[in-house]
Design a protein around this ligand. Structure first.
Ligand code: NZQ
Ligand code: ZN
Length: 392
């Protein structure tokens, strides 16, 4: 197990009616907020009206940045920074999914930085200060509301990268599973695939004996496998939504990664796809994950895949280890397909071969030589190829 520093500062308010405490949390920092949201789901669900009422009743003024894109863009971040600088904003209040929260985090850092926020990518030391963030999550996926990352797309350079700093952990995360009832089946499934992949990235890291975290990760994976399909078919099932939402936080808030450090290959491979073709992050991961697991299946990865098969999928441990691994991989793919996700990248409109070289170069440069099974640029090209089903 590697050395680590444990610090998860986000305070969590979880459950029905959690939103009522929002004004109290905001008033710890001031009486004016930048309300950030996406394409309008919060207006359709009534959450927007509820929040405005709470703000008005508590004499908290607000300005709004709406229309944050899925795969949030640098131009939107800059717009938000400008708004913070022009108005006396004390708190950033994202209400939405990971895209809205990530955009808000980049704004929070950008508003305290004298320069282009893109300069903060890969340079946590440049983030000396950030505005406080109170995040209201409306879908279970990224866990951004309880983690220190903001993933932003630079449309000009076709790069999708992290801005990361401990200063970007939201001060509060408000998590009411009922807000996630309206998440469409497709986004629910993609979210579950994303959460599972956050766990896989850590589970497969090679840092010696991390028995405790490994067993905890298996419990999280079991939770997602049990409740993912339930949430897809019964969107108003509170228990399913609550368990998935809480699992999404523990998948990425840093706890399971204590003592487990390393690159995130599936994310590096996927982020290129969403940067180039604006695909849904979790769906890209659902396609890549089984292909990647199969590609790296060898003596080094076998023990982890056997643990995954036996402890998560309850596959009989007396079977041949390679058979256990392959069965676990195909069960993973089937789970995603059963939740309505295709396993064929071609169906998402990604052209075969066109940008593979360029995308693989960018992905491989993200330290993929230090994966449990090291990956080169040509490995990544081959993985992209295997994500297509019907290539003539
Ligand atoms: O924009 P609105 O209208 O709100 O609709 C959104 C959007 O269309 C909709 N939605 C969200 N909550 C809803 C809802 N629709 C109905 N009811 C609700 N309650 O869902 C769609 C997708 O939203 P988005 O925020 O894009 O999804 P997600 O949470 O999956 O975030 C994806 C982004 O996060 C990044 C991804 O790369 C991608 O850019 N990631 C962020 C991470 C982090 N901060 O740690 C880690 C992840 O690995 C990931 O890279
Ligand atoms: Zn992810």
């Amino acid at each position: 197990m590697e050395n680590f520093f444990y610090n998860i500062p986000t305070k969590v308010s979880f459950g029905k009616g959690a939103i009522d405490d929002l004004p109290g949390y905001i008033s710890e920092y001031g009486d004016s907020v930048l309300l950030v949201y996406g394409g309008g789901s919060i207006k359709r669900t009534g959450l927007y009206d509820r929040i405005i009422k709470l703000l008005d009743c508590s004499h908290i003024s607000h300005i709004e940045l709406s229309g944050v894109e899925p795969n949030p863009r640098l131009t939107t971040v800059k717009k938000g920074v400008q708004m913070c600088l022009e108005h006396d904003v004390k708190v950033i209040l994202p209400v939405g999914g990971g895209s809205t929260i990530d955009c808000s985090k980049a704004i929070a850092a950008g508003a305290c930085y004298d320069g282009d926020p893109w300069n903060l990518v890969g340079h946590p030391e440049k983030i000396e200060n950030a505005m406080p963030i109170i995040a209201v999550a409306t879908m279970a996926a990224t866990g951004s509301e309880m983690d220190p990352f903001a993933v932003i797309t630079n449309e000009e350079t076709k790069q999708k990268k992290d801005i990361a700093s401990d200063l970007l952990y939201p001060a509060y995360a408000i998590l009411d599973p009922e807000y996630t009832f309206s998440v469409p089946a497709y986004q629910t499934a993609a979210g579950v695939a994303d959460i599972m992949n956050h766990i896989f990235e850590v589970y497969f890291a090679d840092n010696g004996d991390t028995y405790m975290q490994d067993r905890m990760m298996e419990a999280l994976l079991k939770t997602l496998i049990k409740y993912g399909p339930v949430a897809v078919s019964e969107p108003d099932n509170y228990d399913a939504r609550a368990n998935i939402l809480w699992a999404s936080e523990w998948a990425i808030n840093g706890f399971i990664a204590c003592g487990k450090d390393g690159p995130w290959p599936a994310h590096s491979i996927e982020h290129q796809l969403s940067a180039y073709y604006d695909i849904t992050h979790g769906h890209g991961l659902a396609i890549i994950t089984p292909v990647l697991m199969d590609y790296i299946l060898n003596e080094k990865s076998l023990p982890v895949l056997v643990n995954y098969g036996v402890n998560v999928w309850d596959i009989e441990k007396t079977k041949d280890p390679y058979d256990i691994a392959r069965e676990a991989i195909s069960k993973t793919q089937k789970l995603y397909e059963d939740m309505g996700l295709t396993s064929d990248l071609g169906e998402l409109g990604v052209p075969y071969e066109k940008d593979f070289d360029e995308m693989a170069e960018k992905a491989a440069s993200e330290d993929l030589e230090h994966c449990r099974v090291p990956l080169t640029k040509s490995d990544v090209v081959e993985i992209y190829r295997r994500c297509f089903k019907n290539v003539k």
